[in-house]
Every structure is written in structure tokens, then in C-alpha cells.
Design a protein around this ligand. Structure first.
Ligand code: DC
Length: 226
């Protein structure tokens, strides 16, 4: 009798790390190679920040922020080859990477009610992918430690501060690289993402190329499946 693969639970892979660690591009590529869904939790914080600004919600209004996090009309593609993000029918894929959202997102992400709301949605999306057999790679700064502590594979990507700054400069130019370094410092107050929690595999990418990092994560996935 042939085995029905779709009835087996899908694998859940959680990847976190600071900016410049390669977390997003590596996570996306691992999802592509394994045919899994891809969840960019940072995009959710960014999309909510766009909505909060659009709706003129005051950052000191914690109850409205929490409600927005639970109910805002987000459409996020889980296809690693399809990047689109929509909020209330507006395509915000480009806007959420822009300066306005980037400079405000840390403050929104620091709100406890916002985190509770988005984490609930993240867990639901991950669970759906697990249950329907597709599986998922989820990335974000609290994925291995808070959101998906029970993921099948948990990986923290790091790189030396100098190497992360070099990558940011190469990707984004000097002004953006400075903003990103400042944002990392602000986010570090919310999430400890430079040391691996128990059960999380640390991959130091400082002297590895992109393909080598992807291969290393795929090795960890193979080891977890054995
Ligand atoms: O990874 P990114 O730069 O797209 O993240 C955007 C912001 O959201 C950044 O300030 C970190 C924050 N964030 C978070 O607090 N928790 C996550 N799981 C993902 C992102």
C-alpha cells in the first residue's frame, strides 16, 4: 500500500538571528529546497506598523494596539517564491521595507499586547502548516525561544558584529546599515538573540558562504528527521 504523505504532519523549522545573520534569505532558501511554507514574522510586525500608522493609532494606546494586532486585515503569502504582503487589500510589500515603517517598527514590536496578538497568529499559521502536512520554516527574533519552543528544528544564526555590519553595508548602504545596527541594539532589549537557548543549534555564519549556511541548516533538519 502506498503511503499517503499528505497525512503525515509537516516539519516545523524555527530560525532566528540578528540582522546581518542571513536569517531571512537562508530561511527562504531552506523552505524552497524542502518545499515548505515560509513565514517571515518580521514582515508581520512591519505590516502591523504600517496599519498602525495608517489608522493613526497612538503608540501609547495599548488597548487599541493590542486589538489591532489581533484583528488587522493581514494577507501574508507563505510561498517562499511569492513575497507579497497585503493589508486591507493594499499591497504593502515595498512600503513595509521603507524608512517610515523601519524607523517605527521597534516601538510597535516592544508593546506586550502586540506581541501576544501576533504570536497567537504565528502559532496558528505554523500549526496549520504542520497539521495539513506541508510543513513550514518560520523566522524571527523570538521564534526559537518563545513562539515555537516545540519546533522540530530550532536554529540560531549568528555572525560577528564586524561581519554583520559588512553584510548590511553591502546590501543596504551606509545610512541603512547604521539604522539597522541601532535597531538591533533596541531589539536586543526585547529578545535575547545572540546566544542559543537550550535545545537550539547555533550556526556561526561568520566565515561561511550563503550555500554553506543553507547546507548546514539542511544537515540539522536531516539529523532531526533520523
Ligand atoms: O526581521 P525584521 O527586520 O523584518 O523585523 C522587523 C522588526 O520586528 C524588528 O524591529 C524586530 C521585530 N521582530 C520581533 O520583535 N519579533 C519577531 N519575531 C520578528 C521581528
Amino acid at each position: 500500500m502506498s503511503r499517503c504523505l499528505s497525512s503525515a504532519p509537516g516539519i516545523v523549522i524555527a530560525i532566528d538571528g540578528p540582522s546581518g545573520s542571513g536569517k531571512s534569505s537562508v530561511s527562504r532558501e531552506v523552505a524552497r529546497r524542502l518545499g515548505l511554507h515560509y513565514l517571515d514574522t518580521g514582515a508581520m510586525y512591519r505590516a502591523l506598523t504600517w496599519w498602525v500608522s495608517e489608522q493613526a493609532i497612538d503608540l501609547s494606546d495599548h488597548s487599541r494596539l493590542a486589538e489591532a494586532a489581533r484583528t488587522f486585515p493581514l494577507e501574508l503569502s507563505l510561498d517562499p517564491d511569492e513575497r507579497h504582503v497585503r493589508v486591507g487589500g493594499t499591497d504593502v510589500t515595498e512600503d513595509i521595507r521603507g524608512e517610515v515603517v523601519t524607523s517605527a517598527v521597534s516601538a510597535v514590536a516592544a508593546d506586550p499586547g502586540v506581541r501576544r496578538g501576533l504570536i497567537e497568529t504565528q502559532r496558528r499559521l505554523m500549526d496549520d502548516s504542520r497539521v495539513n502536512g506541508t510543513g513550514i520554516v518560520a523566522e524571527g527574533r523570538d521564534i526559537t525561544t518563545v513562539v515555537a519552543r516545540d519546533a522540530d528544528v530550532r536554529v540560531l544564526l549568528t555572525a560577528s558584529a564586524a561581519e554583520r555590519q559588512r553584510r548590511r553595508l553591502a546590501e543596504a548602504g551606509e545610512a541603512t546599515a547604521r539604522t539597522m545596527a541601532a535597531r538591533d541594539a533596541a531589539d536586543a532589549k526585547v529578545n535575547e538573540f545572540m546566544t542559543a537557548a537550550p535545545g537550539v543549534s547555533l550556526v556561526d555564519t561568520t566565515s561561511l558562504g550563503f550555500d554553506e549556511v543553507v547546507e548546514e541548516v539542511l544537515r540539522l533538519v536531516d539529523a532531526a528527521r533520523e
